[in-house]
Design a protein around this ligand. Structure first.
Ligand code: SAM
Length: 243
């Protein structure tokens, strides 16, 4: 049986300081997701975070820090989470924004199976979970340049990540990468990738106000031009030999 963990007051107050309001049913859904994730994590490797107290800030709140970037997305806009693993940030975002359509992509079957079961259990009919490699799916016409926004967390250094995400984004759409403190170096290494993949303006945003001890950084990239058909290159190449 799944153990539900109480929603810590610190999570509720952090949400206020981060500038988003969630109603009680949404908090309860997030708690149910976290309980399912931590339970399955005992047998299937879904996340390195195992302590429920750590899980609220590091898994749920971190995921929700990107919500302000979603504010202007119209109802039914399409969002893809590339390399979602156990559903982060995709599942918390799908819970918080039931009006948007989410595709959660991962190459690992067990992770995708968990997300499908979770979406069914929680009644999240705005989630489609797909098992595939980004290098393959991004050449499929149903997914190539079809998304208003691509998000990703902990999937690799920025030059690699851009090749796995930007081909999914439509012209004038957005790519949002959740990064750590080494982002400046990654950005310095990303010039070629940004240009070749069709990126335009880029903004680096601290995900948390200064009073939080958290160094999550959001890189928000506007897509200006179409991505040439040559990208992404064959499976494994974006990682082995970044642009
Ligand atoms: N985003 C999740 C999180 O923050 O917990 C998972 C991060 S995990 C470190 C990276 C995930 O990306 C893994 O689940 C892996 O299977 C997936 N992944 C890596 N390369 C991929 C690719 N080319 N296509 C699809 N999934 C990929």
């Amino acid at each position: 049986m799944t153990t539900e963990h109480a929603i810590p007051d610190s999570a509720r107050s952090a949400a206020g300081e981060l500038g988003f309001e969630l109603d009680e049913p949404t908090w309860q859904q997030l708690a149910r997701f976290l309980a399912l994730l931590l339970e399955r994590n005992q047998t299937t490797n879904l996340t390195a975070v195992r302590d429920p107290e750590q899980a609220w800030p590091r898994l749920i709140l971190d995921s929700l820090t990107v919500l302000p970037a979603f504010e202007d997305l119209p109802e039914q806009a399409r969002v893809i989470d590339v390399g979602t693993g156990g559903g982060l940030p995709g599942v918390p975002l799908a819970i918080a924004r039931p009006d948007l359509r989410f595709t959660l992509l991962d190459s690992t079957g067990k992770k995708v199976a968990f997300i499908r079961e979770t979406a069914e259990t929680l009644g999240l009919d705005n989630i489609t979970a797909i098992q595939d490699r980004a290098e393959t799916l991004a050449h499929n016409a149903t997914h190539r340049q079809q998304y208003d926004l691509a998000v990703s967390r902990a999937v690799g250094p920025l030059p690699t990540l851009l090749e796995l995400t930007l081909p999914f984004v439509r012209q004038e759409g957005w790519c949002l990468a959740m990064k750590g403190p080494r982002v400046e170096q990654e950005l310095a290494d990303s010039g070629d990738a940004l240009y070749k993949l069709g990126a335009g303006d880029l903004r680096v945003i601290d995900a948390y106000p200064e009073c939080f001890e958290n160094d999550l950084v959001l890189v928000l990239i506007h897509k200006e031009r179409n991505t040439p058909k040559t990208y992404p290159r064959e499976s494994g190449l974006p990682k082995r030999s970044p642009l």
